[in-house]
Design a protein around this ligand. Sequence first.
Ligand code: A5A
Ligand code: MG
Ligand code: ZN
Length: 482
Amino acid sequence: MMLYGDYVKSKSLPKKEDFGEWYNEILSVAEITDVRYPIKGLCVWHPFGFALRNKVYAILKSLLDADHQEALFPLLVPENEFMKEAEHIKGFENEVYWVTKGGTTPLEVPLALRPTSETAIYPMFKLWIRSHVDLPLRIYQIVNTFRYETKHTRPLIRLREITSFKEAHTAHTTWDDAENQVREAMQIYSEFYRRLAVPHVITKRPQWDKFPGADYTMAVDTLMPDGKTLQIGTIHHLGTNFAKTFDIQYEDVNGEQQHVHQTCYGISERCIAAVIAVHGDDGGLVLPPEVAPTQVVIIPILFGKGLQHGKEILHVCKHVREMLVDVGFRVVLDDSDERPGAKYYKWEMKGVPLRIEVGPRDLKEKMVTLVRRDTSEKEPISQSELVEAIWQKLEEIHANLYERARKSFDARIVDCKTLDETKIAIKKGIARVNWCGGEECGMKMEDAVDADMLGELAKTKKGKCPICNKESDKVVLMARAY
Ligand code: A5A
Ligand code: MG
Ligand code: ZN
């Protein structure tokens, strides 16, 4: 494993072309997570990684807070509650960790560590919901959940302890109201990923891949540099399935008892993996300004002539820092003893969007040099125009990151008519294919191209199902998924 010191010596990460290796190295070198914790599938957040995580989750919370309320439910779920919903149990039984002892005493009722919180939350919904005036009910929580994953675990992507599981749970009077909530959740998640400059696509998962216990599942997917897709959020219409098993009823306007219609939707730290993977390059992280823990780093150029003017240069640096902190930018002045070059590498690795260099030549002119992380462009700026210039640059950086990522994303979604075309497209990305809608054809298609059906697009287009040749206007996406 590469640590920061090794990185400084070699001055480069493995090329991003080898995405798997690049991804593991960057998490360690940029101090996002530490995988050396002695339990497989569990990760430690470094302070820097956690600062990034908190910036990202602040966006998610602010989007939800408009019409959801944050709550907090217990981690432990009694076995009898966990075992109520048959499909849900079947979907999760192989992934649940059980607490079976209190000290040395076997527990009368074993307790599940939540793999997700339907079975912790819905017994309480039964108590909270009395009448139609209590609806709609929209809550969310951000918690850790545990899943004994059997597939290859990966930091932030497939964890056995998901540390940052945001799950929203809603209840409504009708199936259509719940469906409107599904649409609202799709909009919230789209806006969230727009703010992270992460291109994505939302599809309806095929029935064989929906959330256990749901009527249907909508999923948000993005594309990793290696051409595999990553599911970065899901939205489930639960119908009355859980309401029936947990007996969640409300009194309608006519005084009659009705089951509520529910939805739930979740996002995990995979959103951080997406930010890192989509924007990062051979020099390390490239962070969208809104979530960068440090937005601007100031570096005094103190060698040669600079040494004689050291005091003045540092004075200007401090003045600039104050000016920027005052207007709310997150700024670091790196006045450590390292050489400027070493500092550049360090802060580039951390994805800091803008670097300000102050050297001896800048003093007389009252200038500084501004350098962009995303394009490496350098520009002299007068100190008096600096604040305005930084506002503008940070906005440009976000726009450029999104534009660049979207271009690469769009170029890797390819219309395909045949299985052979599909096979080629999924080597680099996503294939868009017609599908008759038959489950058997769907499964055959997955097998034939050795990929997953992500799901159905809302847009339709006439074409033939490549398995049975039937004319259809259903369009699905096929890809190799993480
Ligand atoms: N209760 C609903 C919201 C739920 O649990 N849905 S889910 O199972 O699909 O999980 C929500 C999201 O968590 C997924 O879309 C995926 O992005 C993420 N996720 C699932 N398993 C994960 C794991 N083992 N590690 C990291 N993220 C995971
Ligand atoms: Mg499958
Ligand atoms: Zn078919």
